[in-house]
Ligand binder design. Sequence first.
Ligand code: GRF
Length: 224
Amino acid sequence: MTDAPGSSPSAAKKRLRLGVLVSGGGSNFQAILDAIAAGRLDADVALVISNIPAAKALDRARAAGVPWKIIDHKPFLKREEFDAALVESLKEAGVEWLVLAGFMRVVTKVLLDAFPMRVVNIHPSLLPAFPGVRAQRQAVEYGVRVSGCTVHLVDAGMDTGPILAQATVPVLEGDTEDTLRDRILVEEHRLLPEVLQWVAEGRVSVRPAGPEATGRARVVVAGS
Ligand code: GRF
């Protein structure tokens, strides 16, 4: 008996090989795992690396049976040397796209050059507002009425790369950093896997910086 057209192993759809960098709880990493398990994300986590040995995200990796590794940043004298160690492991695992899912380290050119315009970050504010650490606290302290999250490509700046997608949430009277964080996280967990699926479908491309006033590179998402 022969296989039906399109059903042979060679015709199987290629799945995106993701690397994920984490430092903490890993709820966004979990959202990626859940989307893969539910068939909403045509990808596999080829490797997750934590720079924090006790990160809860590693328990999630163990529970899901995905390859994981600890690379502690502390013994490295320079950020570039730490990044070179990350790149070596990620390349060895065959990673194609890299996700920073609560990775609390500034990345260098060493990492970005290894995955040009293929590093995705999720940030808990509507960039370019409130880049950097404790974005939710910045939003509450400023008194904005709307905040949210941003999924963007990583460039050499601090949360400055081309934006892939954003989602908004209201900032309510009496909100604290924690209550706003929880409301934003709900959107993060929905948006990040959705954007990664666009990548898996080959719909994401980058239009280089043009002559417009900002001179910024932009993401183009086909079919949206
Ligand atoms: C998220 O708020 C994400 O936007 C930010 O770090 C946090 C990570 O949370 N970059 P988790 O580790 O995914 O739970």
